[in-house]
Write a protein of this length. Structure first.
Length: 318
């Protein structure tokens, strides 16, 4: 019962951080569309998104390179993770992560690559409105290197440096970005608190400097706690508060039920978003060999009038 009370209190504290609703909608609307690199705000990982992307204080799998780099330090083995997102308007996003350690360096390292892409499109011009027989493509990509280390048995910190690239036909732009995250195990009823600042860096510059676009620096803080944990059953809940630079503050909530750490059922809510709403998913984990394990996850996120997003993840630990 104490854990339930703690969880509800934590959720309430984060919720009170949201701004009063008397702020005018016009103030928020003025910020929309003023930052580039919007794909950096699209959550990754089927497990995390099934929990409403409330993952900054959970961060215990390879997707920590996105939500909270400090969580990479908590991984005890090498991990390979492949995530795919079926986004809106036939847009897709794939994220691949490899977590590993070097014997001479304390802590854990991770390399990851993320790409937002779509099918090639027909090129149209004033003289060829139906197409001139050629095609072009457009997309974004991010390539990152993360390092995380536990400074004590309860506190870990992680950083990520990345190259962000945007392309449209034969024109491209690049920027450098940095993320930093911390994760603290309070020692009180499994309560963990996580914080992250993401996408700090240079601007994406296309043809001219006056066409440069800032990256969306994102701050998020959250907590996670096990409401129940026994030999066969575990129930974890988490909540995140985030502040994007181009929209109103957001609250994410999620929960995960695990049966013998084999079968997982998840659900969550994305609150304060223009489209994202209810989320749900499931996963299954099984041994791949004597020393390796494999987990497959799926998530569904309701996007309102924009339909829905489906995510698939495969993670192998060895």
């Amino acid at each position: 019962m104490k854990r339930v009370v703690v969880a509800l209190t934590l959720l309430g504290l984060i919720a009170t951080a949201l701004p009063a609703r008397d702020a005018s909608a016009a103030e928020f609307f003025e910020k929309v569309g003023t930052f580039d690199g919007q794909f950096l705000k699209i959550p990754v990982g089927a497990r995390a998104t099934a929990m409403g992307a409330a993952f900054v204080a959970v961060a215990d799998d390879a997707s920590a390179v996105y939500y909270n780099q400090a969580g990479v330090a908590r991984l005890s083995k090498n991990v390979l993770s492949v995530n795919h997102t079926n986004w809106i308007a036939d847009v897709n996003m794939t994220h691949i992560t490899y977590v590993f350690s070097l014997g001479f360096l304390p802590g854990m390292l991770a390399v990851d690559a993320r790409a937002l892409y779509m099918d090639r499109m027909d090129r149209t011009t004033v003289f060829h409105p139906d197409g001139d027989g050629t095609t072009f493509d457009a997309g974004y990509a991010s390539y990152g290197l993360s390092y995380a280390r536990s400074l004590t048995d309860k506190f870990s910190v992680g950083v990520r440096a990345s190259l962000v690239s945007a392309s449209l036909d034969d024109v491209s732009a690049n920027a450098v970005a940095f993320d930093v995250g911390t994760l603290y195990d309070t020692g009180f009823n499994s309560l963990k608190i996580g914080m992250q600042i993401a996408n700090m860096g240079t601007e994406l510059k296309f043809i001219e400097d006056n066409q440069a676009g800032q990256l969306p620096i994102l701050f998020r803080v959250g907590g996670a706690i096990d409401l129940y944990n026994s030999l066969d059953h575990r129930v974890t809940t988490s909540a995140d508060f985030s502040h994007p630079p181009d929209n109103k503050e957001r609250l994410n909530w999620g929960a995960e039920y695990a049966f013998k750490e084999f079968l997982y059922l998840r659900g969550g809510l994305n609150m304060g978003y223009d489209a994202e709403g209810f989320a749900a998913g499931m996963g299954v984990e099984f041994p791949a060999s004597v020393s390796a394990d494999m987990r497959f996850d799926y998530s569904y996120t309701d996007l309102g009038d924009l339909s829905s997003a489906h995510r698939f993840s495969l993670q192998i630990g060895f």
